[in-house]
Write a protein that binds this ligand. Structure first.
Ligand code: CP
Length: 326
């Protein structure tokens, strides 16, 4: 078990070894148990987590803020629009200055071709660990919560299990690639058979797909790319259909909406769920476009584990804070 994680950034799970991720999961389960039994979890008394948001959030903000409070510390919410960040504070200044006020900096910056670079620039200037609350490339805590949830449903040895990470149609906005990218990176390190299903225009970053292929060579399992929505469901154990933008094809919102509009029938419904294994689970990071990405019947149905998944965000983030900010 690797436990020397004090001061470490978590920008992508890929930069943590398998043993380090396993440690994080062990701590997450311990903290989940302690919360259930009412035991003290005050591991970060008097510590401050700065939470800098450039983008809206429900789960990420609420779970980080609740998490640091449960650990005995304080969450300091910083909104880019209502601070001098909108008038020119640089990433370096944020790292230097907020790093002197706090014990950890968590950032959500999803702007295409910018967010990850920004977070890395802050991290380079910061004396305290930087945690990625989602950027244009990665959503590491979502993938960790998803892995924890899958293990709770299927056991810790996931070799031989199939996850279908699929695109789905949504009308709301051009969503980042970060969730599917973090999922294919993490699940291929646990020996799963990973299906990546999307229309041809909605591919992921080639470098990320390449890293996932390297993971398969190291850890077994497989990575298969499909362009047929129904085929992705067939005999899968875990179904994770969600929308993302066609960033690799166009950054133009109108063109993206037009391209996506060709695939309005990529909605998860009961017929498609029946193509998967009988005990398959339906997952979604939320928010979902209800009755566009997925029917109410499925997301509210017995195979859906979306609320367990959302809860596990709290536990993995507390584990990461306890390990890196102590
Ligand atoms: N899944 C997720 O990150 O949710 P929020 O955008 O509400 O934080």
């Amino acid at each position: 078990m690797q436990t020397d994680l004090r001061g470490r950034d978590l920008i992508t799970d890929q930069e943590w070894t398998r043993e380090e991720v396993d440690t994080l999961l062990d701590v997450a389960w311990d903290l989940k148990r302690r919360r259930a039994t009412g035991e003290s979890q005050a591991l970060l008394r008097d510590k401050v987590l700065a939470m800098l948001f450039f983008f809206t959030s429900t789960r990420t903000r609420a779970s980080f803020e609740a998490g640091i409070a449960q650990l005995g510390g304080h969450g300091m919410f910083i909104d880019s629009e209502t601070t001098q960040i909108s008038h020119g504070d640089t990433a370096k200044e944020i790292g230097e200055i907020i790093g002197r006020y706090s014990d950890g900096i968590a950032i959500r910056q999803c702007d295409w071709n910018f967010g990850n670079k920004y977070i890395r620039e802050v991290a380079a200037a910061s004396r305290v660990p930087v945690l990625n609350m989602q950027c244009d490339v990665y959503h590491p805590f979502q993938a960790l919560a998803d892995l924890m949830t899958i293990m709770e449903k299927f056991g810790r040895d996931l070799r031989g299990k199939t996850i279908n990470v699929s695109w789905a149609y949504a009308s709301s906005y051009q969503k980042p690639l970060s969730v599917p990218q973090s999922l294919i990176l993490l699940m291929t390190r646990y020996g799963m058979n990973v299906r990546l299903t999307h229309p041809p225009e909605f591919g992921l970053m080639p470098d990320i797909v390449g890293q996932a292929q390297d993971n398969v060579r190291k850890h077994g399992g497989s990575l298969e790319i499909l362009h047929d929505f129904d085929a992705g469901f067939k005999d899968a154990d875990v179904l994770y259909p969600k929308s993302w933008g066609c960033w690799m094809t166009t950054e133009d919102k109108q063109e993206s909406a037009k391209l996506g509009g060709q695939y309005k029938d990529w909605i998860t419904d009961a017929r498609r769920m029946a193509l998967a294994k009988r005990d398959a689970v339906y997952m979604h990071c939320l928010p979902a476009d209800r009755n566009i990405e997925v029917t109410d019947e499925v997301i509210d149905g017995p195979q859906s584990v979306v609320y367990d998944e959302a809860e596990n965000r709290l536990h993995v983030q507390k584990a990461a804070m306890a390990l890196t900010m102590r």
